[in-house]
Ligand binder design. Structure first.
Ligand code: ATP
Length: 332
């Protein structure tokens, strides 16, 4: 199976190499077609996303990418947003679960956030009214709300989840969030076996901090989803551990939540877990489930010893050494 690999900027190349090594040693059949996009490519080729990157993604339909530094003042608002829009990758799926026995406040957190990825305040429609007044337009449509909500319910069914919570602020934004909630109420009726819950975003944030194990699958708009998934990441060990994927009907781009972390780039300090777990989500989807389970177990085992921790987890270990530990534990 051919998969497009975009290593990206900053720590991207380091964590991508770690991911490739682990998949190979675990016996994955995935073959990576490596292309690059981002700041490094811009410096060499004068464009952030060369044509061959689009061609590779369109041919393979599945891509995995490292973080890309957001360009300031050159064309795109964000390369990630550009790719999501171009391929209509409407579902940003972020599983929130600790990948090892970490020293956390809660040890039973296991929920997945479905974030609508293409509209809301991220539509980028802003206008200047005067020097003292600016507007940003929030777009919510029935079609785009329905498809993300359906995707969340289908995920719940396919993954034996019990509850879907729709997160809005429909008491205040009666039209936009009201429409999202109305779509959720309607679609929930098609899934009587799944418990349906409505929750306001402010309460959801508090509940997530107080009692996160009550959540199972959450579905929400773009901005709320972005904030809640970082909150969720904080509950289970931080950005260096959290995988993610952006899915459309035909194309999926797998990417971790974290950015390019320029502060630690090229120093062998990054935690490769997020990138490796992101690859595990891909392996699950292409049917290499035994391999992904083997890798998850190896990560769990590797995180059972504090001396293996990278700096983001409070340890001293390097990217390369932690990767070796995971590889050692593949057979365990
Ligand atoms: P962006 O705008 O691209 O999201 P950012 O600076 O807001 O960038 P990150 O690049 O994710 O966010 O970095 C936030 C902090 O988390 C930084 O201090 C960074 O070093 C740390 N960090 C992010 N990812 C990792 C990782 N994989 N391993 C270790 N530390 C990480």
């Amino acid at each position: 199976m051919l998969v497009t690999l975009i290593k990206g900027d900053g720590i991207g190349p380091e964590v991508a190499e770690a991911m490739k090594k682990v998949l190979k040693k675990a016996g994955s059949k995935v073959v990576f077609e490596e292309v690059n996009a981002g700041e490094t490519v811009f410096k060499q080729e004068g464009t952030y996303i060369p044509d061959y990157v689009y061609k590779s993604i369109e041919k393979n339909k599945i891509a995995i990418k490292g973080p890309i530094t957001t360009p300031i003042g050159h064309g795109f608002r964000s390369i990630n947003v550009e790719l999501r829009k171009k391929y209509d990758l409407y579902a940003n799926i972020r599983p929130i679960k600790a990948p090892g026995p970490l020293d956390l406040k809660y040890d039973n957190v296991d929920f997945t956030i479905f974030r609508e990825n293409t509209e809301d305040l991220y539509a980028g429609i802003e206008e200047k009214i005067s020097d003292d007044e600016y507007h940003s337009i929030k777009i919510i449509t029935r079609k785009k709300s329905e498809r993300i909500i359906k995707a969340a319910f289908e995920y719940a069914i396919n993954n034996k989840r019990k509850k879907v919570s729709v997160v809005t602020k429909a008491n205040i934004m009666k039209l936009t969030d009201g429409l999202f909630l109305e779509c959720a109420r309607k679609i929930s009726k098609d899934y009587p076996q799944i418990e349906f819950e409505e929750i306001l975003v402010d309460n959801c944030a508090m509940q997530m901090v107080k009692n996160p194990s009550q959540f199972d699958v959450l579905v929400t708009e773009n901005l709320y989803g972005d904030i809640l998934s970082d909150l969720g990441a904080g509950l289970v060990g931080g950005l260096g551990l959290m995988p993610g994927v952006n899915k459309g009907d035909n194309i999926s781009i797998y990417e971790s939540i974290h950015g390019s972390a320029p502060d630690i780039a090229n120093k062998d300090l990054a935690n490769p877990t997020a990138m490796i777990l992101t690859a595990c989500l891909m392996l699950d989807d292409i049917g290499e489930i035994e391999i992904s389970q083997k890798i998850r177990k190896a990560i769990y085992k590797s995180l059972s010893f504090k001396e293996n921790y990278t700096r983001d987890l409070g340890g001293e270990n390097s990217t390369s050494n932690f990767t070796e530990k995971i590889i050692e534990n593949l057979g365990a």
